[in-house]
Design a protein around this ligand. Structure first.
Ligand SMILES: NC(=O)C1=CN([C@@H]2O[C@H](COP(=O)(O)OP(=O)(O)OC[C@H]3O[C@@H](n4cnc5c(N)ncnc54)[C@H](OP(=O)(O)O)[C@@H]3O)[C@@H](O)[C@H]2O)C=CC1
Ligand SMILES: O=C1OC[C@@H](O)[C@H](O)[C@H]1O
Length: 392
């Protein structure tokens, strides 16, 4: 019963946090690039419970959309029209920018924000190519600005608990890791728009750029390493652009010390069985096989809603753990992955040591790996932004 009550509390708090503190006098003022669907979950709602964050401005190309978004979320300032994104990054009242634009615009608008001296929290994937990410990291570093790819799940206590179990050596060293994030077609029909930015090659679309970044990151995070090789990758093309945009991708990896990895992502898993009558279940887990047992982390991308961590030693008792709050560390049980991420981002800006961090260099290695997956699957890398200036 108490488990059910906690679940209800967590789900309700995703819309409306139970604790809303007063804002500090010099709270950081955030501007959002694009009236994006992810904005409320990733920043606007988490900001309500952060005393040092005010969501001050939103930029949308469409004035009416900007007004409606600002009204719905009590955002003071709007920038609209064809120059709205530049106006927002130029706005002297904005301290930090949340870049929630389509993937293909992450590079340009993060660079432009950094050029204006703003810290940037940029949605995943941080950019479309590794060469772009290198430039982003270089600029942020040279200006002393904080740049963070929104890899939110690693900030949650559950992800860190799984890593702690693996790193403790309780089950011996890792032999194999598998991770999946795949949506059944009945869910994706409602989750995505018909002409969703996710299916547009020029905007950095593709399953490996979207849902696929989670399983890949899970492998890298839990093994604390990067793949040495992509040994195999098989894509299923998306109907919108089958040669260049993947609807689904299966990939195999070789990690250091002969650790094997496997990822799978799918925007829209078809039904199965006679006449395709039966919908599939959502897949969102990580399975880490070690010398002396296995750890399974169910719902690793959204552990704040519900998760389970099942530890199965080869000899001994199976146990199931949950971790919604750090024993000592920031947060409440109802904090989402995004709320923990915001805490870390602000701590970094304020010169404090965050509870966890994702170095921008790790973002370079992540997208290098995505490019290798596309190459192994005979699909092109996503296009380089027209804003990219080769240093040669
Ligand atoms: N961390 C997470 O859990 C999630 C992350 N994401 C990431 O967030 C980003 C945005 O995704 P999502 O919110 O679903 O996207 P949306 O389609 O809702 O929003 C993207 C915004 O980009 C702007 N935009 C600029 N140029 C274009 C264009 N040519 N076509 C369409 N939109 C354009 C629009 O802003 P306007 O018209 O207002 O100017 C639009 O509101 C992606 O990078 C995605 O990977 C998405 C979902 C979950
Ligand atoms: O968390 C997510 O789930 C669905 C995806 O399409 C989205 O972009 C991603 O970040």
């Amino acid at each position: 019963m108490s488990g059910l009550l906690s679940l209800v509390k967590r789900i309700r708090s995703l819309q409306s946090p139970p604790a809303v503190p007063a804002k500090e006098p010099n709270a950081l003022r955030f501007g959002i690039l694009g009236a994006a669907r992810i904005g409320p979950n990733a920043l606007i709602i988490p900001a309500k419970s952060h005393p040092d964050v005010v969501v001050y401005a939103v930029a949308s190309r469409d004035h009416a959309k900007a007004e409606a978004y600002a009204k719905e979320h009590s955002i003071e300032k709007i920038h609209s029209g064809p120059n709205c994104y530049q106006d927002l990054v130029n706005d002297p009242s904005v301290d930090a920018v949340y870049n929630a634009l389509p993937n293909g615009l992450h590079f340009e608008w993060t660079m432009r924000a950094l050029e204006q001296g703003k810290h940037v929290l940029v949605e995943k994937p941080i950019a479309d190519t590794a060469a772009e990410v290198e430039q982003m990291v270089e600029l942020a570093t040279s200006k002393g600005l904080v740049l963070l790819e929104a890899v939110h799940f690693i900030f949650h206590p559950a992800a860190q608990r799984v890593k702690e179990i693996v790193d403790s050596g309780e089950l011996g060293s890792i032999k194999r890791v598998r991770s999946e994030f795949a949506m059944p077609s009945i869910v994706s029909k409602n989750a995505f728009l018909k002409d969703d930015v996710r299916f547009n090659y020029d905007l950095g679309g593709g399953a490996s750029m979207d849902m696929g970044v989670y399983p890949l990151l899970a492998l890298r995070y839990f093994t604390s390493s990067d793949p040495v090789n992509v040994t195999k990758a098989t894509a299923i093309g998306h109907a919108a652009d089958p040669a260049r945009v993947d609807r689904a991708m299966y990939a195999q990896f070789q990690f250091p010390s002969s650790v094997e990895g496997e990822t799978f992502c799918d925007f829209s898993m078809p039904n199965w069985g006679p006449f395709g009558l039966f919908p599939r279940m959502i897949k969102w887990d990580v399975v880490i096989e070690c010398e002396r047992g296995t750890v399974e982390f169910f719902n690793f991308p959204m552990p704040h809603m519900y998760h389970s961590i099942t530890v199965k030693p080869h000899s001994g008792q199976k146990r199931v753990e949950k971790s919604y709050k750090f024993k000592s560390g920031p947060g409440e049980e109802w904090w989402s992955t995004y709320r923990h991420q915001l805490q870390a981002f602000v701590d970094k800006i304020r010169g404090r040591t965050p509870q966890a961090w994702y170095e921008p260099e790790a973002s370079i290695r992540q997208i290098q790996c995505v490019e290798k997956i596309y190459a192994a699957a005979d699909m092109p890398s996503r296009p380089v932004s027209s804003y990219f200036r080769s240093s040669a």
